[in-house]
Design a protein around this ligand. Structure first.
Ligand code: DWN
Length: 396
């Protein structure tokens, strides 16, 4: 055990007004390290049907995400010389935020997205053919039998959500062409530890990956990580290029990062044991800061009804005694309430309407994009509070 959050509500289980006075499920959220496979993981597996069949997270609500998606699609089209004869699959394809860029260039695509409400946006608004299913060994085999082998297979911020990791990776191997490549993005555990990003821990995220743990996972299924890149997105991520072992050509960057991980002790419990203490210090310091401001008569709100925001607010005990409401530009979230703390979610316009003194930035991973959008709020004297790694009030 590395850190226990106790029993917490599901981070994306936003509530309607009618649900506020009904009992709310809380489940154990405990972070543990496995010494045999070097995987940091939570101990509770919530059935995926419950977490992902109806989903409030739409990737296209972030310009940063869209920019990065367009960039990688353009790069893969060029470097793999993709065209009308090619085929690109994405699992966790969400609202078509990535596959739309392949489709616009005439490359046949297939999305796999279990959330019914999100898959319908991909199909309805972006014309991206989407299977509304969970991806795994069985679907991978079925797609192979149907002849749909992929030149490129994307999985962005998906693997951490998959309970049957081995089944998903076996499925990936099934649908990849022999000279195909899987491009996989995952939040990087080293960034989470170093920047104390404890709010990214919630029931959807079963695993917190290192390259070492992923290397062991892929090798088990005849896949080789041939390249790895560090990305800034989502608080620091890895982008892996994974190919069937026969065609894979491993670049030195992979060995270099594996070596770096061995140096900091990725496969030893000691590397993770200090994390809990640092999280506790952030929790105390953030509570002190917010209470001090409210004690001075300041009014506080939150910005970004992010899943990570639910972990932060609930674990730090930050509720309506300190925060009046949350603003978020995801239309599907507006009018709902944050799980556990029951903070109402309004459109960002509410900020200027009410001009609270401070806004705690729950979606800190999009700080540039959000500060730009909130320029008028800041011009009028509103100030942002950045909660991690060290709670601080942003200078005007
Ligand atoms: O892995 C996951 C990541 C990729 O996305 C999923 N498990 C769920 C989700 O996590 P999250 O909800 O913490 O993600 P975000 O994208 O960091 O949440 C940002 C929130 O802020 C969204 O609700 C949208 C909102 N937002 C906004 O109001 N204005 C975002 C931007 C960029 C903005 O300008």
């Amino acid at each position: 055990m590395v850190l226990s959050f106790g029993e917490t509500p599901l981070a994306n289980a936003l509530l309607s007004a009618a649900q506020l006075d009904q009992p709310e499920d809380r489940l154990p959220l405990d972070l543990a390290f496995c010494p045999s496979c070097s995987l940091l993981q939570i101990l509770e597996t919530v059935p995926p049907e419950r977490l992902f069949r109806h989903y409030y997270y739409f990737s296209s609500f972030s310009r940063t995400v869209l920019q990065q998606a367009k960039q990688v699609a353009t790069r893969m089209i060029q470097t793999r010389n993709l065209g009308p004869e090619s085929f690109v699959i994405e699992i966790g394809s969400n609202d078509g935020y990535l596959l739309q860029y392949y489709r616009r260039r005439g490359v046949p695509v297939l999305g796999v997205e279990p959330a019914v409400n999100v898959a319908s946006v991909a199909e309805g608004e972006r014309g991206v053919r989407t299977l509304c299913e969970f991806f795994g060994r069985e679907l991978g085999q079925r797609l192979r039998e149907q002849g749909g082998l992929a030149d490129v297979f994307h999985a962005n911020n998906v693997l951490a959500h998959v309970a049957d990791l081995n089944g998903a990776v076996a499925g990936m191997r099934s649908v990849l062409k022999e000279n195909g490549v899987a491009v996989i993005e995952v939040p990087y555990v080293k960034e989470m530890l170093d920047r104390c990003e404890f709010d990214t821990i919630y029931h959807e995220h079963l695993c917190y990956f290192s390259l070492t743990a992923l290397d062991r996972l892929f090798v088990r299924h005849g896949l080789v990580i041939e390249n790895v890149e560090r990305l800034a997105i989502h608080g620091g991520s890895l982008r892996l290029f994974v190919a069937p072992e026969k065609s894979a050509r491993r670049r030195p960057e992979v060995a270099a990062l594996l070596e770096e991980e061995a140096v900091w002790g990725v496969d030893r419990l000691e590397a993770y044991q200090g994390f809990g203490g640092r999280v506790e210090r952030v929790k105390v310091r953030l509570g002190e800061l917010l209470r001090e401001l409210v004690g001075q008569g300041s009014r506080l709100v939150a910005y970004g009804a992010a899943a990570k925001g639910a972990t932060l607010l609930n674990y730090c005990g930050i509720g309506r005694d300190l925060i009046e409401f949350v603003v978020d530009h995801t239309t599907h979230k507006q009018g709902h309430y944050m799980p556990g703390v029951h903070l109402p979610i309004y459109p960002p316009g509410k900020l200027l309407e009410t001009m609270p003194d401070y806004a705690i930035l729950l979606a800190w991973n999009f700080i540039d994009e959000i500060l730009e959008q909130a320029a008028e709020y800041r011009r009028r004297g509103g100030r942002f509070i950045i909660p991690i790694p060290e709670p601080r009030v942003l200078a005007r």
